[in-house]
Design a protein around this ligand. Structure first.
Ligand code: NOJ
Length: 757
């Protein structure tokens, strides 16, 4: 292997390992490579084309292969499998002049082949060990298959369910998302980035992408710095603090400048204020899209991007094709390009690619470590923890494994849609469908009968748009009436109906924004017909976003929201429906009553005219037609058991900034099942130099409590938890009165007060 590097081994010394490695730090090693490079070669390192997928052997004659050979490529993505990756790497390290290895990226978003729940679902587990483990497993599988860089975690806070990409994030809350940021980065990167089973994370999309106007993807964002710093920025910053190796600039503009060329964002905030020292890549054609944004031609936008602090160009090739000219014309300096190149090379050193460019190319590992029974078992467990029990009137759930169960709905008998959006490495046709999961679970103890009941959507054109990327639901040609009457006939023969409905996998995700948050009419009609049979109806709801479930909540006795649970979804759904696992997920986003309430989120400001007392009140902040309440608040989720909260106890009524406040509360499991409860702690700062939210999550603990048992749950609050960015964007805790609010969701809390001196 080392013989591939005669030149580098002489000059770089340390990159060949051995005692020199200890003697020379990465920076010196990067410098020694930079010293060998021409301007063109430096620019080449900033280029990230999409590989497409080559069949082995075909790569050599491709355009990309020629570019790699010419030193015009820094890395590749959209390429899968060790053989294909090895082939590309070989061209780089054997045929290019400087033999600099490529970095290989992929959207490993919620698992690799063992697919975990979509991020929005996983965030509802509120289980940070689980989140970290999911990223660890994803990294192990991806790195075994040749990948060393993932475009994850996605940390765009979103309070707009119309935005399809809300499914890829962690919901509406700053604190929860920040905890998840840390867990994900740690899971991917581990303690040693150069280990062959860890991969570099790429935090995206920096920044504010989740606040796109009208929930329409790629749209403008515009918000105050107050809101950026206090609400939207902290998750990204948490990822920097956790050591994330790279960032991706977002598509949207901020303050009139696209993020990809926004110097304030990429340099002043990210690097100078937060101390980020990794590299920044654009999003897919993010550089050339700035032409359409209207800030210049390709040369101008490319120079502006590098000047702003962008280091790598995904797909546009604007940097590759124009930077040299910009240097010659004095629009940017070679030094700026050297700095960008330095950051890209540094990442490659950190990943150990200079020591062994094939570090992640081990066919044996690929065979042994991907889609293993153990990883799939973890994915199944994670899925059960992500499910949120929305309603369970008369304790219909858990179901008995007895009698006849009718399984009905467009998503009941489908494998391809189980993994949800952004699961590019998944083996779609090997996921466990709901029907399969339930069939295995009941064995011979119960009889299952099935009918499709409806198509996904009454409008075939919408269904087509919603089932792109190989996740077709094979639209049924029969009329809606025919399908419904078959379903009713089947349902009548059963003791209980499980209606498996909701969104298809690609109804959320990128470029899947909607203006209507209700279930498609044809599915609603199906539910009505099933209800008319008089049999108990349990809804298993697939969705990648908060939906408007007002009618469903009023009319259906039981609803389990399963998001998109991943490759093992069907088994996990069976685990929870039959009570082998007691659901414990809690919503990380608010579910509104209608789309007109959006954005609706718990940590809102009070206004000067808050609604005090019941809706409606003239000249107070409310609507004539609908109350301000959600259908389900942030933090909400039921269990098969019930929990009662005691009073909130504080160890002091007043603390100095140097002191810690201990908060404790007794939580009793008053039901018949053992269960896990997510105990949530919110804080309210009553008077500030700027207005403060009515409550903000500042702590949570997921505790297992046996039936009949009481557990005392304690939290420690410090000055940090009471701090915020003031008008001058200084991080301060201001003296005064605070409330601590503890409960099982954001609406149902008990309160105690204290003073910060
Ligand atoms: C575009 C998406 O916005 C981004 O999230 C993704 O990582 C890139 N494409 C690469 O696939």
């Amino acid at each position: 292997m080392k013989s591939l590097y005669p030149l580098l081994c002489v000059v770089v010394l340390a990159s060949c390992g051995g005692p020199a490695q200890k003697q020379y730090g990465i920076d010196a090693r990067v410098d020694s490579v930079l010293n060998l490079m021409t301007l063109e070669e430096k620019i080449g390192q900033l280029n990230l084309p999409s590989a497409g997928q080559f069949t082995t052997g075909a790569a050599e004659n491709s355009d990309i292969a020629k570019k790699i050979e010419n030193g015009q490529v820094g890395g590749l993505f959209n390429i899968k499998r060790v053989a294909a990756i090895r082939e590309m790497q070989q061209i780089a390290v054997e045929k290019s002049r400087l033999k600099i290895p490529l970095i290989f990226g992929m959207d490993v978003i919620h698992g690799y082949e063992s697919v975990f729940p979509i991020p929005l679902g996983l965030s509802c587990s509120w289980d940070m060990e689980l989140v970290e483990r999911s990223a660890r497993i994803a990294a192990t599988e991806a790195s075994a298959d040749g990948i060393n860089w993932t475009f994850s975690p996605m940390l765009d806070l979103s309070r707009d369910p119309r935005w399809g990409r809300i499914s890829e994030g962690n919901g509406e809350d700053t604190y929860l998302s920040s905890q998840i940021a840390k867990a994900m980065v740690k899971g991917y990167q581990g303690d040693d980035l150069s280990a062959n089973n860890t991969i570099m994370s790429c935090v995206k999309h920096f920044a504010l992408y989740g606040a796109a106007e009208a929930g329409r993807d790629y749209n403008t964002t515009d918000m105050s710095r107050q809101r950026m710093y206090n609400e939207y920025f902290p998750p990204y910053k948490a990822a920097v603090d956790a050591g994330a190796g790279s960032f991706m600039a977002s598509f949207n503009e901020i303050d009139g400048i696209p993020a990809t060329a926004n110097k304030w964002l990429l340099t002043d905030v990210l690097r100078k204020e937060w101390g980020f020292n990794g590299f920044v890549v654009s999003d897919y054609t993010g550089v050339s899209e700035m032409i359409a944004h209207g800030i210049g031609d390709l040369q101008t936008v490319s120079a502006r991007a590098v000047d702003a602090g962008l280091d790598m160009d995904m797909v546009s090739e604007g940097l590759l094709n124009t930077l040299k000219k910009s240097v010659e014309e004095g629009k940017i300096t070679e030094k700026q390009i050297t700095e960008a190149c330095r950051r890209v090379l540094k990442a490659k050193f950190q990943l150990g690619l200079f020591d062994d460019p094939y570090r992640y190319c081990n066919e044996e590992r690929a065979k042994a470590e991907v889609f293993t029974a153990a990883n799939r078992a973890e994915a199944r467990k994670a899925a059960t923890e992500s499910f949120v029990l929305l309603k369970n009137e008369g304790n219909i759930l858990p179901l008995k494994k007895a009698g006849t169960i009718a399984v009905i709905g467009p998503l009941a008998n489908n494998r391809e849609n189980m993994t949800g959006t952004w699961s590019v490495a998944a083996r779609f046709s090997e996921s466990v469908s709901v029907m399969e999961g339930l069939t295995k679970a009941v064995g011979n103890s119960a009889k299952l009968v099935y009918a499709r009941g409806s198509n996904l959507h009454e409008d075939a054109a919408i269904e087509e748009r919603a089932t792109m990327f190989g996740k077709s639901l094979n639209r049924d040609k029969r009329s809606a009436e025919e399908m419904r009457s078959e379903a009713v006939r089947v349902a009548r023969s059963a003791d209980v109906i499980v209606a498996v409905i909701g969104e298809g996998a690609e109804m959320s995700g990128e470029a899947s924004s909607v203006t209507n948050l209700e279930l498609p009419q044809t599915q609603r009609e199906l539910l009505k017909a099933l209800l008319q049979t008089g049999k108990p109806v349990v809804v298993v709801l697939f969705t990648g976003r908060p939906l408007v479930l007002k009618w469903e909540n009023e009319n259906l006795p039981a609803m389990l929201n399963v998001w998109f649970g991943g490759s093992e979804a069907g088994d996990a759904i069976a685990d929870v429906l039959f009570g082998d696992v007691n659901p414990s997920g809690k919503l990380s986003t608010t579910f509104p009553q209608n789309v007109g309430q959006v954005p609706l989120y718990y940590a809102h400001k009070n206004t000067g005219r808050p609604l005090r007392g019941p809706w409606f009140q003239k000249f107070q902040s409310n609507y004539i037609d609908v109350s301000n309440d959600p259908v389900y608040p942030f933090g909400y989720g039921l269990s098969y058991t019930s929990f009662i909260y005691g009073d909130v106890k504080l160890d002091k009524s007043s603390i100095t900034p140097a002191e810690t406040l201990t908060v404790s509360v007794d939580v009793t499991n008053t039901g018949k099942y053992d269960g896990a409860e997510v105990v949530q702690l919110y804080v309210r700062d009553w008077v500030g130099s700027v207005t403060r939210p009515v409550k903000e999550l500042k702590g949570f603990k997921k505790v297992m409590i046996k039936a009949g048992e009481t557990k005392t749950v304690t939290f420690q609050l410090t000055k940090e938890d009471l701090s915020f960015y003031n008008y001058d964007l200084k991080w301060v805790a201001e003296p005064g009165e605070f409330s601590v609010l503890v409960g099982g969701n954001s609406s149902d809390v008990k309160e105690a007060k204290f003073t910060l001196e």
